[in-house]
Design a protein around this ligand. Structure first.
Ligand code: GSH
Length: 231
């Protein structure tokens, strides 16, 4: 059995979608990052970076329980475990890994900073807003060029698409218009219509409340002192 510790954000959605796509049985446990569940000492033993998602597989590689953090590693693990969404041929596999790393190293961090400085920062700093809005636009341009030559990021639908898709759902919050990127739009619409994606996006959806940014406890947990205590 797979136990997933998660919350309905883009990094959580990646794994919710992958578990639905593979059909593996799983239980989901909410890690409410607004309330500070990510700092629980027991949770930190599984995820020393105080973030979600974290996956524990009771039937790990040696038949023993196996625990992983970092969504890219979790996607690779589930792909290897099931033989789905990552080819075994080395050149094809590394094509998937390149685009997965592009998600982990560029899309996630840069779009995350765009969200932060455009929505959450208590003061609007023009340099930071411009920097991350422009960087998000540049990344959408990279995706658009790639998706103009390939149906999916690595050719066939793979964990690279599963990783990137959830971050592109919020293009407006990243200061982008999807109409400027027609190949991304075609790719987005195809993934958004997949039954497993529709199911994955429902996981924990009822736990996300609007207007959390007015909640002082959440702000302290995500961006304040709670974040920077030595543990
Ligand atoms: N690189 C990590 C990033 C995970 C991440 O940033 N998770 C955020 C929510 S999307 C989180 O748990 N934040 C809580 C915190 O920073 O305390 C991954 O891909 O798993």
């Amino acid at each position: 059995m797979i136990d997933l510790y998660s919350w309905p954000t883009p990094n959580g959605h990646k794994i919710h979608i992958m578990l639905e796509e593979t059909g593996l049985p799983y239980r989901v446990h909410a890690i409410d990052i607004n309330k500070g569940d990510q700092f629980d000492p027991e949770y930190l033993k599984l995820n020393p970076n105080n973030k979600m998602p974290t996956l524990v597989d009771s039937d790990g590689p040696d038949g023993q329980p196996y625990s992983l953090f970092e969504s890219g590693a979790i996607l690779m693990y589930l792909a290897e475990k099931t033989g789905k969404f990552m080819p075994t041929d080395m050149s094809e596999r590394y094509l998937v890994i390149q685009w997965l790393m592009f998600q982990m190293g560029a899309i996630g961090p840069m779009f995350g900073q765009a969200h932060h400085f455009r929505q959450y920062a208590p003061e609007k700093i023009p340099y930071a807003v411009d920097r991350y809005t422009n960087e998000a636009g540049r990344i959408y341009g990279v995706l658009d060029r790639r998706l103009g030559e390939a149906e999916y990021l690595a050719g066939d639908y793979s964990i690279a698409d599963i990783a990137a898709f959830p971050w592109t759902r919020s293009y407006e919050r990243q200061g982008q218009s999807i109409d400027d990127f027609p190949n991304v739009k075609r790719w987005f619409d195809a993934i958004n219509a997949r039954p497993a994606v529709i199911e994955g996006l429902k996981v924990l959806a009822d736990r996300r409340k609007d207007g959390w940014e007015k909640d002082a406890e959440a702000v302290n947990n995500l961006f304040g002192n709670a974040q920077y205590q030595r543990r």
